[in-house]
Design a protein around this ligand. Sequence first.
Ligand SMILES: [Zn+2]
Length: 259
Amino acid sequence: MGSWIDVADGVLVRRYDELDLSVGLVVGSARCLVIDTGGDAGQGAELAAAVREVTPLPWSVVLTHAHFDHSFGTEAFTPCPVWAHDRCRTRLVAAGEGQREKWARHYRERGEHEIADRINAVRIALPDNLVDDRAVVDLGGRDVALLHFGPAHTDHDLVVHVPDAGVVFAGDLVEHGAPPQFGDAYPQEWPAALDAILALDAPIVLPGHGEPVDREFVRCQRAELAAVAELCRAVAAGTLTAEQAVARSPFPEPFTEET
Ligand SMILES: [Zn+2]
């Protein structure tokens, strides 16, 4: 079960214990936009019911990226417009079933059979409203911008900007309460994507995991990511060994080694 936090007028974030996940909701006068759908059909259905407690308006969905915990609950919302970067769709087509097997196995090995069964049962719903660098969604009296700032956490991250509320949903470009995840990441380019988020000048930034943060938090995470990028460059140039780079990283070893 999740719980809503009101962050601005008609802008909410829903927080979950599982993976410390944060998903979003923006409500206009004619439509609402759900930002990420959770990691399985059960989470998606719980979220859909929770959205209905906030608003009866028709919904659209936007996926910040293809990782299972953000995209596997979409089935609970379809049929409806599903926005995502075009490479998010490509990734779900190419790797979605493999991800489903991998994460179902992961939870089964941890003895969490209920979650494993729910992930196993997911039917992956594909995005149909594809974004390149930018799209605007009209929710009625409120425009929301979907923005891609280049490769960072993945090669297809979308950021959701609600200009009238001063809010940015950053997906996993920003993480609070845990280090950024480098598994599919582009460490060299990631800091520039955070510069682009900062340039939106929104006082409230909502990470894909963890609590709402401010611009200062994003500035700090940008500095840490730039340090990781610098270490990666030094390893590539042969001036630092991988072990030295891990020792100097601002993030714990398991996270950095994935780079
Ligand atoms: Zn992710």
